[in-house]
Write a protein that binds this ligand. Structure first.
Ligand code: PEP
Length: 246
């Protein structure tokens, strides 16, 4: 059985007090379930202290270099030393606003793995690429370049997240069938490039305007192993409804 997981991406939202209240509310509502909260860097220490075994803590980014004179950057080693378990890598907002390319993303994945973090690798096409019809080729390039030089052992700690750019923060969700098509495609790619066993084991999340009202439908698809949730993760009861829908 593949692992199913719901991951919150809080992006650049919440003051420390708001974050504390949100985590407390999530803990009060989550029951015996599990979720990962990718919180802003400044909240990692507090989040880690508040978390229990039902909550995994993740960062939203890390530096592509190991350490040194990179003012303002946060290293994989720093994240690991906080007890952080997960880190989002290659989110489309980082690609768009901070010009991250597949080479940077590959370097970040390697640093994350070296520091025993589970990277959540985001990939996905723009609306223009979808309309042109070459989105599967774009996704193949993104995934293969991001995973360059990673072996099967490395990949066993990686979580994949298909996030069509046109569905992120827009309220426009990919249909379950559109998402499933890409998940099957990526799983086949992993099978060909690594092994069928690894492809069957790897967790592939969907992200893009997931809400309590559409989560159940999306999770019915057999290759969708959970979700990366942005906007809806900032409201505890809405987020927990998604966690409970898996
Ligand atoms: C995201 O930030 O990864 C995301 C999927 O955002 P949203 O759920 O708001 O579309």
């Amino acid at each position: 059985m593949r692992r199913k997981i719901i991951v919150a991406n809080w992006k650049m939202n919440t003051s420390l007090d708001e974050a504390i209240n949100l985590i407390i509310d999530i803990k009060n509502l989550i029951g015996d379930d599990y979720a990962v909260l990718c919180v802003p860097y400044t909240h990692l220490g507090t989040a880690q202290e508040l978390a229990d075994d039902r909550i995994g803590i993740g960062a939203q980014n890390l530096c592509s270099r190991e350490e040194g004179a990179y003012t303002g950057e946060i290293s994989g080693k720093m994240l690991a030393s906080f007890g952080v378990e997960y880190v989002i890598v290659g989110h489309s907002e980082r690609r768009k606003y901070f010009s991250e390319n597949n080479t940077d993303i590959n370097a970040k994945l390697k640093i994350a793995i070296k520091n025993d973090l589970s990277p959540i690798l985001c990939f996905g096409e723009s609306l223009e690429q979808r309309d042109k019809g070459n989105y599967l080729e774009i996704i193949k390039t993104q995934v293969e370049e991001a995973l360059q030089d990673l072996n099967a052992q490395d990949l066993s700690s990686v979580i994949l997240a298909y996030e069509p750019i046109w569905a992120i923060g827009t309220g426009q969700t990919a249909s379950p069938q559109q998402a499933q098509e890409v998940h099957v495609f990526v799983r086949k790619l992993i099978s060909e490039n690594y092994s069928p066993e690894l492809a069957n084991k790897i967790c592939i999340l969907y992200g893009g305007s997931v809400k309590s009202s559409n989560a159940k439908e999306i999770f019915k698809e057999k290759d969708i192993d959970g979700a990366l949730v942005g906007g809806a993760s900032l409201n505890a009861s809405e987020f927990i409804k998604i966690v409970k829908a898996i």
